[in-house]
Design a protein around this ligand. Structure first.
Ligand SMILES: Nc1nc2c(c(=O)[nH]1)N[C@H]1C(S)=C(S)[C@@H](COP(=O)(O)O)O[C@H]1N2
Ligand SMILES: [Mo]
Length: 329
């Protein structure tokens, strides 16, 4: 298909080289460009290039997880106008900075300790509670939702999440009227994750994100515990991650350990690093360029096993305006 293209150098600077990577030194910057273009034509994207089949087996194992049989397909989100991403491609093209700066962290992310996971829900609520993962899966009916996903770096995919709407958790914990914002905090243990600690200054770990409470209550806002019919692979943010499909991907914090209801707007990870480049709201908007590149178009990734894409127009609110536009009048 003629829309599938090999990246030209100007496109690489827009997408493969992550905005975030501007914080890192020039050497790894250049190495990343080289490995990204090699990656586009070879299957093995792991450190172990000499043994492709071992790496391929490890990748397949990372997604070979228990099926979630109880999830029902939500008919409102049963399809979008473009195909779901190849599962193994989505599983080796991730952002998870705790494990490193490149897209290729899936193998390192297998060190994430997900057993006996607990999520503390606290702050301005009537029913604070610490849930373990089985509580969440049992108490909140699980559904499958196929959503568009758009990274601020201008690549996009369609992903089939399994989980439950955030508004169900809101109903369970009963926020007080003073609760206006919510902070979501990711797992962090630098002995385990070993990602970049310091760049120009210390990075503001743990990864943390925030929403206005009305945004969290919106029909679309979702907690994922699964993807592609099974439990969430570690590289996608196991065992619980946020999915807010009308916002850039960085708003969707992975591997959530804490959810706090607050009276004022919390600081967030990328916004703390560079407020000019990553605003708190971070709604997908083709008319609002990132300071260093346009957001008018995106590189839509779907087919595997190699990394290819089609250029598409970016949609306001990532195509979800009918659900969310009235939050921003
Ligand atoms: N804890 C944590 N959550 C994170 C990130 C991260 O580095 N750490 N990266 C974000 C970004 S920039 C994107 S695009 C998505 C990527 O999700 P995926 O790898 O499942 O596609 O995760 C988001 N959540
Ligand atoms: Mo992203």
């Amino acid at each position: 298909m003629n829309l599938i293209r090999i990246p030209k150098s100007w496109e690489i600077s827009e997408g493969e080289v992550t905005s975030e990577r501007a914080y890192f030194n020039r050497r790894s910057f250049i190495k990343s460009i080289v490995s990204a273009s090699i990656g586009a034509s070879s299957l093995a994207l792991t450190g172990c290039e000499s043994n492709k089949s071992e790496s391929q087996k490890a990748l397949e194992k990372s997604v070979n997880l228990p099926k979630i049989k109880s999830a029902v397909k939500n008919p409102d989100f049963a399809r979008v106008d473009r195909p779901i991403a190849d599962e193994l491609l989505a599983a080796r093209y991730n952002n998870f900075y705790e494990f490193g700066r490149t897209k290729n962290i899936w193998l390192k992310a297998q060190n994430l300790p997900t057993q006996n996971w607990q999520v503390e829900v606290t702050g301005l609520v009537n029913n604070p509670r610490t849930y373990d993962l089985d509580d969440l899966k049992r108490e909140f009916p699980l559904e499958e939702r196929i959503y568009r996903f758009r990274c601020v770096e201008a690549w996009s995919m369609v992903l089939p999440w399994i989980g439950f709407p955030m508004k169900a958790l809101i109903a369970a914990v009963e926020p007080k009227s003073s609760a206006k914002y919510v902070r979501f905090t990711s797992f962090y243990d630098k002995e385990i994750t070993k990602g970049p600690g310091v760049v120009f200054g210390p990075l503001p770990w743990p990864y943390h994100e925030g929403l206005r409470i009305e945004e969290m209550a919106n029909e679309l806002a979702f907690f994922a515990v699964g993807i592609y019919g099974h439990d969430l692979p570690k590289q996608h943010g196991a065992p619980l991650r946020m999915v807010v499909p009308w916002k850039y991907g960085f708003k969707g914090a992975k591997s959530i350990v804490k959810i706090e209801f607050l009276s004022s707007q919390p600081a967030t990870y990328w916004n703390t690093i560079d407020a000019r480049e990553y605003d708190f709201e971070a709604n997908v908007n083709p008319d609002k360029p990132h300071p260093r590149w346009s957001q008018a178009r995106e590189k839509f990734i779907s087919k595997g096993p190699n990394l290819t894409w089609e250029i598409k127009e970016t949609l306001p609110y990532n195509g979800y305006g009918e659900y969310v536009a009235d939050l921003y009048v």
